[in-house]
Write a protein that binds this ligand. Structure first.
Ligand code: HEC
Length: 214
């Protein structure tokens, strides 16, 4: 809409310019070309940030799950809790120089509670989940547009995860419960059911880094 009105305005200027038409047309072309390049670049950058965010969050997830499985095989569930406690955030928080978080309002580690930029997006995902609507990955501009906040809903898959996030007593065994309570006295991340929203991935991707990839 804005581009169209600029176009009309420029056309009117050129027509009214008469003898200087040739020069004006060059200016006109130049302005339009720049605008077009800029406009394309912004949408291209966002598209690239989305692709990159999808790929980083997917590989962080893979890395977490394979390390978790390895820790369980090596030393059982209680050992794996210690492993998560020491490594989960380091494993994910710096892939390719991007700040990565997993946040949740029903969180285990207190540092994984959403901040003021993440909170409204997680609220929207929660609303969708409660109303059986799909949540798409999202990109939001923050820090005056210099950083893209990429988010993606984490749906709780059940299965292996129930050992530490399921129902205490039935799904979470007593020794596991004891270990969790000792490490996380404020733990809210129990009682999850398959298909529920567990939280979301939150990646802060600097625009400059995205541009460098294009
Ligand atoms: C061996 C126990 C264990 C298993 C199995 C496990 N988790 Fe966790 N989970 C933890 C611990 C411990 C933390 C806290 C890690 C930390 O201190 O950073 C955690 C944290 C999380 C968080 C970050 C948000 C928060 O609550 O702090 C998410 C999301 C999460 N787990 C999802 C899953 C999913 C999905 C699975 C299944 C693939 C899973 N977990 C399996 C123990 C486990």
């Amino acid at each position: 809409m804005k581009n169209r009105s600029t176009f009309i305005l420029l056309t009117a200027l050129i027509i009214s310019c008469g003898p200087r038409e040739r020069v004006s047309k060059e200016v006109f072309d130049e302005v339009n070309k720049n605008m077009e390049v800029k406009r394309l670049t912004e949408s291209e950058i966002i598209q690239e940030a989305m692709i990159w965010g999808d790929s980083i969050s997917a590989s962080a997830q893979k890395k977490l799950i394979s390390n978790l499985q390895k820790a369980i095989e090596e030393g059982g569930i209680v050992h794996a809790i210690e492993f998560c406690n020491e490594n989960a955030n380091q494993l994910t928080n710096n892939l390719e120089g991007i700040l990565i978080r997993r946040v949740s309002t029903k969180n285990r580690n207190p540092t994984n509670f959403p901040d003021s930029q993440e909170s409204p997006i997680l609220d929207a995902y929660t609303y969708n989940s409660e109303n059986n609507l799909e949540s798409e990955p999202n990109i939001q501009k923050i820090e005056n547009g210099e950083v893209y906040l990429y988010t993606k809903a984490i749906i709780f898959p059940g299965g292996i995860c129930l050992n530490c996030h399921g129902e205490p007593g039935s799904e979470i065994s007593d020794p596991v419960l004891k270990a969790l309570d000792e490490l996380y006295p404020l733990d809210k991340a129990k009682g999850y059911k398959a298909g529920e929203l567990r939280g979301m991935w939150s990646l802060r991707i600097p625009k400059k880094k995205v541009v460098n990839r294009l």
